[in-house]
Structure formats: C-alpha cells, structure tokens
Design a protein around this ligand. Structure first.
Ligand code: SF4
Length: 455
C-alpha cells in the first residue's frame, strides 16, 4: 500500500483514467452475435477429462439498491423464481451427455440475489445440479447472500446442501448511508448470520463493501470497517462506487451532491485499506483483502491466485460453465454469454434452443496478451522466462512498444523493468489496471467511458 497521501493524490490526478477490471481478456465488450445459439455441448465434450466450475445466475432481488449496476429484476413475486428454476433445470438438461459424469469442482450462485430462492427452490436446483454432474474430490460451493431476505436458519439449509462459502453484500453499515442507497439492513442480523455460519464450519465468509457512496465520511466508514472486522469476516471486497447514471437508471435516484468525490473519495479508500491492514487483513490482488488463514490470501502468497468472470479465486484455471440469464461461460478459449433479457432467455430455453446470444473465440494473440494481463492483475508482475517458455517468444521483443508506453509510469516509480521481470512496484499497486491497459490491443479512447476509474 502506498503511504504518502499527497504523493498518491498527484499520481491519481495523472493516471486515474477509466479502464477495464480485466475479469477476462478480451473484455466482455468484444462479444458479438457470431456465436448466437452456439451449442455448448460440443465445446464442453471436447475436454471430457477437465473438471468444470459451474456458475448459476439468479437475477431476482426484492428491493432496488440505488447504486446497483447489475443485471437484475426487482420483484416480490416468488412464483417468478419457480419458473426460473424450471428454466435452469431445462438448460442443464439441454447440455445433457456433455456434462453427464463430468467432475464438478466448484459451484457459485451469484446475482441479483441468489438467496431470493426459497429453501424448496434452492434445494430443487441443487438436486438437479447433483444429478447432472459428479462431484470432484475437491468441491466447493459458494453463494451470495442478501441479509435482508433470509432468516438465520437459511444458513443451516445452505450447509445441508453442501455450501461452504458465503458472500454477504454489506456495502455500508451506517443508517444514513443505507437510507441514501435504499439498502437498509440490520448489523445485528448480519452478525447473527456470520456467527451461525462459523458455528456450522463454513470455510470462508466474504463481505462486500463499497466506498464512494452518498453521505459516507471517514467517521461513518471507519465504523463500517470496524463492524466487518468485529463480525469476523475472512475476506473483504472493497469496491469503488462508479456513478454512471446515464448507463444505470437506478443511480439517477442517488443525490449527486451527497457523493464524496475526488480526494475525499480517495481518502476513504486509503483509510479503509489502512484499517483493514491494521486488523490483520492482507491485500490480495486489486480491491480484495483476506485474513492470512484464508485460501485467497494463501493463493496470493504462493503466486497461484487466479482471476475469472467472478473475480479473484484460489481455484485453478478450468472451464467455466455458466447457466441462467446473462451468464458468461468461458470454455476452452471460447467466451459465450446467454440472452441478457429474461423473456429472450425463456424463449430460447422453452423453444429447445441454445440460450447463447453473443460471444467470441480467443485468438492466439488474445491468449498471449491475456496471459500477461492476468499475471499483472494477480501477481503484479510478469515473469519474462515463464512467458518465453509458454509462448516461445521474447517478452521484451514482442512487447517493445507496450513497454515504451509504460515509460512515464517507470519514471514515476510505479513500474520496474529488468531482464527477468516487469513488475508493478509497491507504489504503483493502485494503478495496476493502468499498467494492464498497455497490453490491451482492443482498447481505444472512444471505449473508455464504458469503464470505471480506479478511484
Ligand atoms: S445491489 Fe445486489 S441486491 Fe441490490 S439491486 Fe443490485 S443485485 Fe440486487
């Protein structure tokens, strides 16, 4: 972490331009309809020995959070989820023999709000998943929870169904901030959920926090971080609020004049980093913190940290199959996204068609650049010998012009470059996305407004 605050302010003014978060390379923006209705079965079947990571997207939420930029459907009609679970099961059946008997290494339920599903709905979904795959010896199931929509006993149900990791969206525990973002939740209840999960032996519990929300101050955010530490979360994701009201309609309900901006927002982030470090959390990749006992911190320490469409993971790089509306699969170099609108997704599934709407095949050049970008995002460095061994070319020769583009960052001490490695320095960690952008062949100035800034 960079300590000199004035120094950072100057660097932020210079380098904090909008850029991708690189959960994939190329980014999802490169998807096109050449892959529409692609049958994923053949792709999956091409590597029968490979284990699979399964992602299931649940788009429903009970209430609209004003900061939200996700693909979600706000509803209180539980019947909608019943119909949706039917569609997910049909999607699994469509994949049929290609997944039958394949080892399932991990399962993640994301959203939206996966805990929108009632106990019978989630149990039905899990039974269908279990019947479709065989579990690998190493199997982890994780789920995102909204504390407002569940009772404490829901944690027991998740435990019985085989879940061992939880992620709880907290964002901020201050009442005034919660009012401003329309996400009012009880800290006491969150504490109860975490305690129950720990007593049942859950391996890892993550808290999502957001800085830059309306009405946040150093005082309120310190209390939020203290609460999270006191609840005993193993991991903390600390995200920057990107106010893009033209793109996300819900954000128009946020009072712009209540937002901490510029240096005030930067102070929130730097202070939260410091408070988490003081509480014993280690910085993992970009925006993430974990206790040393957590698998994510250990993966960062050992150099095996990985990154995929769900963010940082300790899981190895394996095929990611995603089901549900708008979900993104990444199988053997091909990226495929399902229909983004629920009505289109239902029409595909009910019509017996593949729900894939867009996608792309990674080209050899994409794989090579993606390798470099992932190394920067996960290890903050590129080992030039490893690169040469993997791709048979010299890093310095192949990327001579990209290295040249980084000369300003090198002069400012944010990047170091020698014969062995290109490294983001301690002082430059905050700007890792900016470094990765130099290796992105698709990036153009006109696209940058589609991305958020670092701070
Ligand atoms: S932030 Fe999460 S819970 Fe809130 S509306 Fe968005 S997806 Fe739903």
């Amino acid at each position: 972490m960079v300590n000199n605050f004035e120094d950072l302010l100057t660097l932020c003014d210079k380098y904090d331009i909008a850029g991708p978060r690189y959960t994939s390379y190329p980014t999802a923006l490169e998807m096109n309809d050449s892959k529409a209705r692609e049958d994923r079965s053949a792709l999956i079947a091409s590597r029968p020995e490979q284990p699979i990571a399964l992602y299931v997207h649940i788009p429903f939420c009970h209430k609209l959070c004003y900061y939200c930029g996700c693909n979600k459907i706000v509803s209180n009609d539980q019947f909608k989820a019943e119909r949706y679970v039917d569609a997910l099961i049909k999607e699994l059946q469509q994949l049929g023999d290609s997944i039958s008997g394949r080892k399932l290494r991990s399962l993640h339920l994301g959203g939206g709000t996966p805990s929108f599903l009632t106990s019978s709905q989630i149990a039905r979904l899990m039974t269908a998943i279990e019947c479709s795959f065989s579990k690998s010896q190493v199997f982890e199931a994780s789920i995102e929870l909204d504390s407002r929509s569940i009772e404490v006993d829901y944690i027991n149900l998740l435990c019985d169904l085989g879940f061992s990791r939880l992620s709880i969206g907290i964002q901020d525990t201050d009442e005034s901030v919660q009012n401003a973002i329309n996400r009012i939740q009880s800290s006491e209840h969150i504490g109860d959920l975490v305690r129950r999960a720990k007593s049942l032996g859950f391996k890892s519990i993550n808290a999502d926090l957001i800085y830059g929300l309306p009405r946040q101050s150093l005082v309120t955010f310190k209390k939020t971080v203290d609460d999270v530490v006191q609840f005993g979360f193993d991991r903390v994701s600390l995200f920057s609020y990107a106010h893009l009201p033209r793109r996300f309609k819900a954000q128009r309900l946020i009072a712009t004049d209540e937002l901490p901006v510029g240096h005030d927002k930067l102070k929130l982030m730097l202070s939260a980093q410091r408070w988490l470090a003081q509480a014993g959390y280690r910085e993992v990749g970009m925006d993430h913190f974990a206790l040393p006992s957590d698998e994510l911190a250990q993966a960062a320490e050992s150099g095996s940290l990985n990154r995929n469409f769900q963010g940082y993971t300790a899981d190895p790089d394996i095929d990611l199959l995603a089901i549900g509306v708008s979900s993104i699969s990444d199988i053997n170099g091909t990226v495929l996204q399902n229909d983004k609108a629920l009505k289109d997704y239902y029409a595909s599934i009910d019509g017996g068609l593949s729900p894939v709407a867009v996608g792309f095949d990674r080209l050899p050049e994409d794989l090579l650049r993606g390798w470099v970008i992932k190394a920067l995002m996960c290890q903050f460095k590129v080992d030039k010998r490893q690169f040469a061994a993997a791709y048979g070319v010299s890093f310095d020769r192949y990327f001579a012009s990209e290295i040249e583009q980084l000369s300003d960052l090198m002069e400012d001490g944010l990047v170091s470059n020698d014969e062995v490695e290109l490294r983001v320095t301690h002082r430059g960690l905050l700007f890792v996305r900016r470094v990765a952008m130099a290796f992105d062949a698709y990036l153009s100035a006109k696209r940058q407004p589609a991305f958020s800034k670092v701070v």
